[in-house]
Design a protein around this ligand. Structure first.
Ligand SMILES: Nc1nc2c(c(=O)[nH]1)N[C@H]1C(S)=C(S)[C@@H](COP(=O)(O)OP(=O)(O)OC[C@H]3O[C@@H](n4cnc5c(=O)[nH]c(N)nc54)[C@H](O)[C@@H]3O)O[C@H]1N2
Ligand SMILES: Nc1nc2c(c(=O)[nH]1)N[C@H]1C(S)=C(S)[C@@H](COP(=O)(O)OP(=O)(O)OC[C@H]3O[C@@H](n4cnc5c(=O)[nH]c(N)nc54)[C@H](O)[C@@H]3O)O[C@H]1N2
Ligand code: SF4
Ligand SMILES: [Mo]
Length: 704
């Protein structure tokens, strides 16, 4: 690798997307042109395959739609009219405008907004983080993904680290609980298939018949947001029938007696009423789970996005300890591997969290629309700086976000690869490199390999990386601290400067030579076979004093969401259907690729899944155009009538750009921007909606 033969070089790198798989790839370069990009066949986890989204990453790099020069807005916000300007002019005016905002309102009037365009240790939020902390800008709480589930799991087992993904091959029962593995976590699927071939049963718990649910042996379809009731119902059956592991429970858990009392409220009949499942199915699932060894539960993200989802994750993560599943490999809970990388790398030195003054104002990213439009916010947001994110598409309550972005007195800068729906509202759009044009270092939330990304080609046009942007902007603003000038290679070395045993043998030189390296984890990964949970008590906490101290129920419990049929019957009378907007678009990565002609053609058009029992009374036939609406907005699209959804639930994919959607709105026009119970995430899967046929519209052929 990296050797030149006949003018051709192969450069190792990594897919930067917000995806647990973190594929290692190899880029073939001729001259300064990348001519081929393919998975690295030697990578033990991703084994040389990429996915339907990223197989054509070079189309993205060389797309005629790339933003390759700084642009200044010439038309109305949102109109998409821009003129090309020099970097010098752009940086000068941006620095001047930021200084003016600071002079008028103070630094917290600046709001940086970013998320997961790249998950690289450098380019996601390192130099930008240092820069905005140094300025004293408002802190962004980045909670759209991961925080809610993690809060629930950590309250129970003290960490998000459980089983290793490879060990699913040893499982004999695998419950994929609220995750669509085939679409969102493709490289885990062969491991699950291997277990299946060896006799394992695969269960999917999901209100929707996803591709993964269709490939499972058993699909359990609860009402959205009711998983805590299902898990508690299962526990009630397990304990009532004496199927729990009494020895493990006694030695390695805390609060079993209190839990037992709580379970009296979740007899299977009641759990059935709360979840919309049959009593018999809950009993069967509980028995199968408690009597099959080894038994694994895989949770990921989609289930997070309900107002009380912390409790769902908390209740589910009690199950493995109750049946002693942690005793053997192939048993336990698989959530994230990210914390292993977090322990290994020197993230503190990289991100320098100490630069943020204690008490600096924070805005939760789920509430962007509110923050931009709240007349009482003091100081108001005067400048918005977006990078690595497309909030006009991915943030809930889209119409409120757009209203904020339209504000004349808001100065908006967007660093992007494409003219996204967010970038269209910017005063300045700045061109960003893609992954083959910049350095980075990658962890993974789905496996245990560290990956280095080397630039394979020089940046196209005048594109620069996020680290370079914030180095240049800092210099332009007269900030000359050395940490605002650190080079990319030095930043990588800083991150790797760690004594942690997991990072033994991994250094810059090795990564340069090989592209990736495994974390050095203990051979037999059985972290909680003999307890030793990293909780305050060292046990799996069925009852949590730490939660009680925060005024939260110390025991797992089911609570209906505010915006749910059980939580707000009055609203549900107006909007009787629960809308899910998951990542079911196989060819999009959140909103990335939502403008790529190839990906759009493969995706065809978005459609609304609706059950015949809900379609019939509304006079909706297959393929007919429907309007889905609530107080926040409306989306028009064709209906797909069938049992992919259960009665009472409708679904449409997220990720579609409003500007490219018929009717000019996409899924997040309908979603709420409330917050979850105590993890700080968003509740956008709690959307209640009504659906009607659009009269006069000709039926389209039913989408596939
Ligand atoms: N309704 C609904 N909404 C959702 C979700 C859902 O399931 N349903 N999922 C949520 C989840 S889990 C997540 S993680 C979020 C993700 O939301 P976002 O973080 O907004 O993710 P993307 O839509 O992929 O947008 C990332 C943007 O970063 C840009 N980008 C990529 N690389 C770079 C780079 O190197 N530099 C710069 N400057 N830009 C770059 C890309 O071009 C892209 O436009 O969406 C959330 N929103
Ligand atoms: N192709 C593709 N892959 C991706 C992404 C993408 O956009 N496209 N995004 C990446 C990102 S950012 C993330 S966070 C991951 C997410 O990976 P996943 O968590 O696997 O994906 P989601 O689509 O968010 O949600 C998974 C499932 O949760 C279900 N669900 C929703 N509410 C509930 C509930 O209350 N209970 C239960 N049991 N299930 C529920 C949804 O119906 C959905 O099928 O995927 C990553 N991979
Ligand atoms: S999006 Fe995920 S599966 Fe696709 S190439 Fe990137 S890391 Fe691999
Ligand atoms: Mo995510």
């Amino acid at each position: 690798m990296g050797n030149a033969t006949l003018g051709t070089t192969v450069i190792p790198g990594a897919c930067p997307h917000d995806c647990p798989d973190r594929c290692a790839w190899l880029v073939t370069v001729e001259g300064n042109r990348a001519v081929k990009l393919a998975g690295d066949p030697d990578h033990p986890f991703t084994r040389g395959t990429l996915c339907a989204k990223v197989n054509h990453y070079l189309d993205r790099v060389y797309s005629p739609d790339r933003v390759l020069h700084p642009l200044r807005r010439t038309g109305a916000k949102g109109a998409g009219a821009f003129e090309r300007v020099s970097w010098d002019d752009a940086l000068h005016e941006i620095a001047t405008r930021l200084r003016q905002v600071i002079a008028r309102y103070g630094p917290t009037a600046i709001l940086p907004y970013s998320f997961s365009g790249t998950q690289g240790q450098l380019q996601s939020d390192t130099m930008s983080g240092r820069f905005f902390s140094r300025l004293g800008a408002t802190r962004l709480e980045r909670t759209v993904c991961g925080s809610t589930g993690s809060a629930g799991v950590e309250a129970t087992i003290g960490t998000t680290v459980g089983m290793l993904p490879e060990d699913l091959a040893l499982s004999r029962l695998i419950i994929l609980w609220g995750t669509n593995t085939i679409v969102t976590n493709l490289h885990l699927w062969p491991i699950i298939r291997q277990a299946q071939a060896a006799g394992a049963r695969v269960v999917v718990v999901d209100p929707l018949t996803t591709r993964t649910a269709a490939a499972a042996d058993w699909h359990v379809r609860p009402m959205p947001g009711t998983d805590a009731a299902l898990a508690l119902g299962m526990m009630a059956v397990i304990v009532a029938e004496g199927l729990h592991d009494a020895a493990y429970v006694t030695e390695h858990t805390l609060g079993f007696d209190a839990l037992k009392d709580r379970l009296a409220e979740y007899r299977p009949e009641r759990a059935a009423a709360l979840t919309g499942l049959a009593t018999e199915e809950i009993i069967r699932l509980a028995r199968a789970y408690a009597t099959t060894r080894p038994a694994a539960i895989r949770v990921l993200i989609g289930m997070e996005h309900h107002a009380t989802a912390e409790m769902s994750f908390r209740a589910i993560s009690c199950l493995p300890a109750l049946i002693g599943a942690w005793r053997e490999r192939g048993g336990g809970l698989l959530h994230h591997t990210m914390a292993l990388h977090g322990q290994a790398l020197n993230g503190r030195a990289l991100r320098m969290p100490e630069l943020a003054a204690p008490g600096t104002r924070a805005v939760n990213m789920m509430r962007l629309g509110q923050a931009l439009t709240d007349p009482t916010l003091d100081p108001p947001i005067g400048a918005l700086f977006v990078y690595n994110s497309n909030p006009a598409t991915t943030t809930p309550n889209q119409n409120l976000v757009l209203r904020g972005l339209r504000r004349d007195d808001l100065f908006t800068v967007v660093h992007e690869q494409f003219l996204t729906d967010t970038a269209r509202y910017a005063d300045y759009v700045l061109p960003s490199t893609t992954e083959v044009e910049h350095w980075d270092l990658f962890t993974s939330w789905g496996h245990t390999y560290v990956t280095l990304n080397r630039p394979a080609i020089a940046p196209l046009g005048e594109a620069i990386s996020p680290t370079e942007l914030f180095r240049r902007l800092a210099a332009r603003m007269g900030l000359d601290e050395p940490y605002l000038r650190e080079s990319d290679e030095d930043l990588i070395k800083t991150a790797l400067r760690s004594d942690h045993p997991y990072l033994r043998g991994v250094d810059f030189e090795r990564l340069l030579a090989t592209g990736w390296a495994p974390l050095d984890l203990p051979q037999d990964w059985l972290p909680y076979a003999t307890g030793q949970f990293p909780t305050p008590s060292g046990k799996c906490e069925f009852s949590s004093a730490a939660l009680a101290a925060r005024g939260i129920d110390p025991l797992p419990t089911y609570l209906p969401a505010d915006e749910s049929p059980a939580g707000d019957p009055e609203r549900a009378a107006r909007y009787p259907l629960t809308l899910l907007t998951p990542k079911s678009a196989l060819h999009f990565l959140n909103s990335s690729y939502g403008n790529s002609p190839r990906h759009l053609a493969a995706e065809r058009a978005p459609c609304l899944d609706i059950h015949p029992a809900d379609a019939a009374p509304r006079g909706i036939a297959a393929g007919e155009r429907v309007r889905v609406w609530n107080d926040r907005g409306a989306v028009e699209l064709p209906a797909r009538v069938g049992d992919r959804v259960r009665p009472g639930v409708v679904a449409m994919p997220s990720g579609w750009w409003a500007s490219l959607s018929p009717g000019g709105s996409s899924a997040n026009a309908l979603t709420p921007d409330g917050m979850t119970l105590w993890g700080g995430g968003g509740d956008f899967h709690d959307a209640l909606v009504e659906v009607e046929r659009v009269s006069g519209a000709a039926p389209a052929p039913e989408p596939e």
